[in-house]
Design a protein. Structure first.
Length: 99
């Protein structure tokens, strides 16, 4: 599959990214190589491989990673102490979706 500049611009637009012409030119071959690798992976016969939600190391059936324990949280004042901008007890963040 051959990725074009138009494809890169489209994906960047979906992600709300502003890319320079140099960045677009750099990403075209990189994305094309990634999709080429995915095509190679799709050639593998995976009919005998059971689907899994995640990859984990082998362990005893009853073994757990750690016990869940309640822990005290931060006070609102402590949580907001290093925030660049806060107000009304909340973090203030810049608007990221303009549309």
């Amino acid at each position: 599959m051959k990725i074009t500049e138009k494809d890169v611009r489209y994906v960047a637009d979906l992600a709300h990214l502003e890319l320079s012409a140099e960045e677009i030119a750099r990403f075209v071959p990189q994305l094309d190589e990634i999709l080429g690798y995915m095509d190679k992976l799709n050639e593998l016969d995976t009919t005998q491989v059971e689907p899994m939600a995640q990859v984990v190391y082998e362990q005893d059936e009853l073994e757990t990673l750690r016990a869940d324990q309640d822990r005290p949280g931060f006070s609102q004042e402590t949580a907001l102490a290093n925030a660049p901008d806060s107000g009304a007890g909340h973090f203030k963040v810049p608007r990221v979706i303009e549309r």
